[in-house]
Write a protein that binds this ligand. Structure first.
Ligand code: PLP
Length: 407
C-alpha cells in the first residue's frame, strides 16, 4: 500500500478546495443567532451575495441544506400541483431538478438537447410559441451542467422567452457557475437563481440559497405546493430574509464573509478571468491527449462546441473500451490527485477535472501532469505533451497580460 506524502490535490468539481482563511473564519465558538453580531453578519453577507449574483432588484434566501434543498425550495414555493414547467435538458443535474419538480406533482416537459451540445434557445422559443394557453409556468435551465462540463446560454434562453412573448418564470441553477464565470440575474431577466456553497464560493457543502425577484415572490404567495422547511413566507420580511426555519447555519456566514472578502479583493471579473485561464490551459492539454493514433482516439473534451465548454470544470470522455474510473483510481492512489467521476449515464466513461474555486496555475499544472502519468499507467491511449500545451496556454495568457499592462 502506498503512503500519501506531500499535498493531496483535490480537483473535484465540487466540493472544491476550502481556503485556509475560510476555514479559520468558520472555526469559532457559537454565537446567539438572534443577537446583534450574527444578525448584522447575516444581513451584510446576504446583501453582498447579491453583488456576485449581479442583482439589485432581487434578494437572497439561504438554507442550511445542500443544493438539492434549494431545488426543493424553488419548486415548493413557486408552483402548485399540476403546474407545468419546461426543463432544458442538459444532463444529470437538469434531470434531477426535473425529478424534484415531478415529486411535487408538477408536469415536466423536457426540451431535448442533442448529446454533447448546448441547450438550443430556438427549441425553447418554439415550444413556448406553441403554448398559446400559457400552460407553461416556468422555464428551468442549469447554467453549468457539472456532469458534462458544459455551459448553457442563460441570456439567449431569456431572449428566446422574450421573442415568444411568454410570461413563464425563468429559473436558473448557478450552483457550479456562480463566482466562476459570469451570471447576471437582473440583466438576463432571471426570476429565481439557485446557488450553493461548495463550488466557486469556496465553502464547505451543506449551505445553499435561492435569489428571487418580485415576480417570484408574487408567485410564491398563491402557490399551493406543500412546504414547511422551505417556506419563504415566515423567513422574509419587507423583501429580505430575517430568520431561518430552525437554528441558523452560523459558521457558514463567517465563512461566507471571508469568501466574499477574498472574491472582492481579487475582483469578481478577475476571478472569472482566472477561471477562464485555467480552463483554457486544461482544454489545451486534453486536446493534445486526444490526438493519438489509436483507432478509438484518446481522451477528449466532452463538449463538442468550444463555446459550450465550461470554465468551472472539464469533463473528459475516455475512448470506448477504456475505463475512466481506472484513470481516477491511479491518479488518486499513485499521485494523490482526486478527480470527479462520471455521473449517471456517464459513469465510467468520463472523468472530471474541477478547475474552480481556490486554485492557481501551479496546482493545475501539477494535477494535469499527474493525470497524464495516470493515463500511461491506466493503459489509456493518448498523445503525450498535454502539460506542455497547458504551459503554452498559460504563456499566451501571460504575454497578453504583459502587453495589456504595457499598452
Ligand atoms: N446543481 C448543480 C449544477 C450541481 O453541480 C449540484 C451538485 O454538484 C447540484 C445542483 C446539487 O447540489 P448538492 O450536491 O449540494 O445538493
Amino acid at each position: 500500500m502506498s503512503v500519501a506524502r506531500g499535498w493531496q490535490f483535490f480537483m473535484h468539481p465540487g466540493p472544491t478546495n476550502i481556503p485556509r482563511r475560510v476555514l479559520q473564519a468558520m472555526a469559532r465558538p457559537a454565537v446567539d443567532f438572534t443577537g446583534p453580531e450574527f444578525v448584522a453578519l447575516r444581513d451584510r453577507s446576504l446583501e453582498r451575495l447579491k453583488g456576485v449574483l449581479k442583482t439589485r432588484q432581487g434578494f437572497v434566501i439561504a438554507y442550511a441544506a445542500s443544493g438539492h434543498g434549494a431545488w426543493d425550495a424553488s419548486i415548493a414555493n413557486l408552483f402548485s400541483p399540476g403546474d407545468k414547467v419546461l426543463v432544458c435538458q442538459a444532463g444529470y443535474f437538469s434531470e434531477n431538478w426535473a425529478a424534484t419538480a415531478r415529486q411535487y406533482g408538477l408536469e415536466v416537459e423536457v426540451v431535448a438537447t442533442p448529446e454533447r451540445r448546448a441547450v438550443d434557445p430556438n427549441a425553447v422559443a418554439e415550444r413556448l410559441a406553441a403554448d398559446a394557453t400559457g400552460a407553461i409556468k416556468a422555464v428551468l435551465l442549469v447554467q453549468n451542467e457539472t456532469a458534462t462540463g458544459m455551459r448553457h446560454p442563460v441570456a439567449e434562453v431569456r431572449a428566446a422567452m422574450n421573442r415568444a412573448r411568454h410570461p413563464a418564470l425563468f429559473l436558473v441553477d448557478t450552483i457550479s457557475s456562480l463566482a466562476s464565470y459570469d451570471f447576471r440575474m437582473d440583466e438576463w431577466g432571471v426570476d429565481l437563481a439557485v446557488g450553493g456553497s461548495q463550488k466557486g464560493l469556496m465553502l464547505p457543502p451543506g449551505f445553499s440559497f435561492t435569489a428571487i425577484n418580485a415576480r417570484a415572490w408574487e408567485a410564491s404567495q398563491t402557490a399551493r405546493n406543500p412546504r414547511r422547511y422551505w417556506d419563504w413566507r415566515p423567513l422574509v420580511e419587507d423583501g429580505r430574509q430575517v430568520c431561518f426555519c430552525g437554528t441558523a447555519p452560523i459558521p457558514y456566514f463567517y465563512g461566507l464573509e471571508a469568501a466574499l472578502d477574498m472574491i472582492e479583493e481579487e475582483g469578481l471579473e478577475n476571478v472569472f478571468a482566472r477561471h477562464r485561464r485555467l480552463a483554457q490551459a486544461t482544454r489545451a492539454c486534453v486536446r493534445v491527449w486526444s490526438q493519438c493514433g489509436s483507432p478509438g482516439g484518446g481522451p477528449e473534451i466532452y463538449a463538442l462546441d468550444a463555446e459550450a465548454a465550461s470554465d468551472s470544470l472539464t469533463a473528459v470522455l475516455t475512448p470506448p473500451g477504456h475505463d475512466a474510473d481506472r484513470v481516477r483510481a491511479v491518479a488518486a492512489e499513485r499521485y494523490g490527485v482526486a478527480l470527479g467521476r462520471g455521473l449517471g449515464a456517464l459513469q465510467g466513461r468520463v472523468f472530471r477535472i474541477g478547475h474552480m474555486g481556490d486554485l492557481n496555475e501551479p496546482m493545475l499544472l501539477g494535477a494535469l501532469g499527474a493525470i497524464e502519468l495516470a493515463l500511461v499507467e491506466a493503459g489509456m491511449p493518448h498523445a503525450r505533451g498535454g502539460v506542455e500545451a497547458a504551459m503554452d496556454a498559460m504563456r499566451a495568457a501571460a504575454a497578453a497580460r504583459i502587453a495589456a499592462v504595457a499598452a
